[in-house]
Ligand binder design. Structure first.
Ligand SMILES: Nc1ncnc2c1ncn2[C@@H]1O[C@H](COP(=O)(O)OP(=O)(O)OP(=O)(O)O)[C@@H](O)[C@H]1O
Ligand SMILES: O=C(O)C(=O)C[C@H](O)[C@H](O)CO
Length: 298
């Protein structure tokens, strides 16, 4: 296995053809989860990707498993929970951007335990990918996320601050998890909201331990701090349809370049390419071609 991604995947409900949530009459159902998005996009790019989590023993859990399996993600580590449901979230495409509404309290994934982590992290994988969302689901998943980050070999961590899920302690918890990781993805704005940093350099001054730190600045650029120095690549020009999932796609593109041992500029360009394809799509996902084809056309 190249990558094991761990975290909650919900079913996302989206009004068809760009309507608003309250006025729609037809809705699409798809899996929606930051870490499984990364796993599915890495599978599209040509890597061996697994996703581990807990799902309800319900039809929504079946939908998630079937869809991710069809995208080539190994889902054999997923635990089904007979007591707790698969979570759901809704997207409302407002004129000011997409708003999300979560229905995930008490979900199967909010009960991911240390025993799950012990089982999953014993599986051979070149790297483990997790995000700050998992640490926000419950006290138990916070401990589980710490154990995963501290107990795994190479760890990729996307800060993924979701203010709706936190009760005030996000800055300390997310900083600790990021500092204990090897590869960290964070948005410039996200870092500013969490820690008061202003630019990529001040994020690096704070997050000084990860071997690779990638600071994304939406439409402007991505800056990475790596053992080979500091690298900057401007973002692609995109007609944005929906921003949800762009960060996951960026992470998948960069990680693909990392797994294939490509140079840092190519990794950042792969990140922007994958993010642009997801931004152009109303879903959190895009049918990416294999990475070798993308790199040939960059
Ligand atoms: N307006 C834009 N134009 C071009 N590219 C963009 C734009 N917004 C985002 N991107 C691309 O998407 C990537 C991720 O964007 P951003 O930093 O906003 O992610 P994020 O907030 O972490 O996303 P997510 O909500 O998925 O976690 C950027 O690095 C860039 O490649
Ligand atoms: O917000 C979450 O918890 C999700 O995992 C839903 C989306 O898929 C995710 O935010 C996209 O990055």
């Amino acid at each position: 296995m190249d990558v094991l991604a761990v975290g909650e995947t919900m079913v996302v409900v989206t009004p068809e053809a760009g309507g608003r949530l309250a006025s729609g009459s037809r809705y699409l159902l798809r899996p929606g989860g930051a870490e499984s998005n990364v796993a599915a996009l890495l599978a599209r790019l040509g890597h061996k990707a697994a996703w581990a989590s807990a799902l309800g023993a319900d039809p929504l859990g079946d939908l998630v498993l079937d869809d991710l399996g069809r995208h080539g993600v190994d889902v054999s580590l997923v635990r089904r929970d007979g007591q707790r449901p698969t979570a759901v979230y809704f997207k409302d495409p407002t004129p000011a951007g997409t708003r999300v509404y979560y229905y995930r309290g008490g979900s199967a994934a909010s009960a991911i335990s240390l025993a799950d982590i012990a089982h999953w992290s014993a599986q051979p994988a070149r790297l483990v990918h997790v995000s700050g969302i998992t640490a926000a689901l419950s006290e138990q998943t916070r401990e589980a996320t710490r154990a995963l980050v501290r107990g795994s070999g190479l760890v990729s961590f996307d800060v993924n601050h979701r203010p709706q899920l936190w009760h005030g302690d996000a800055p300390e918890v997310l900083l600790d998890l990021a500092q204990d990781s090897d590869i960290v993805f964070v948005g410039r704005d996200e870092a500013e909201a969490l820690w008061g940093t202003t630019d990529a350099e001040s994020v690096r001054a704070l997050l000084d331990r990860p071997r690779y730190l990638v600071v994304k600045d939406a439409a402007i650029e991505a800056v990475s701090f790596t053992p080979t120095g500091v690298h900057r690549v401007p973002s692609a020009e995109v007609d944005v349809v929906d921003v949800v999932g762009a960060g996951d796609a960026f992470a998948a593109g960069w990680l693909s370049g990392f797994l294939d041992d490509r140079d840092e500029t190519t990794r950042l360009r792969l990140g922007h390419y994958a993010a642009a394809r997801v931004l152009e799509s109303p879903s959190d996902f895009a049918d990416l071609p294999p990475a070798t084809e993308i790199v040939a056309g960059l």
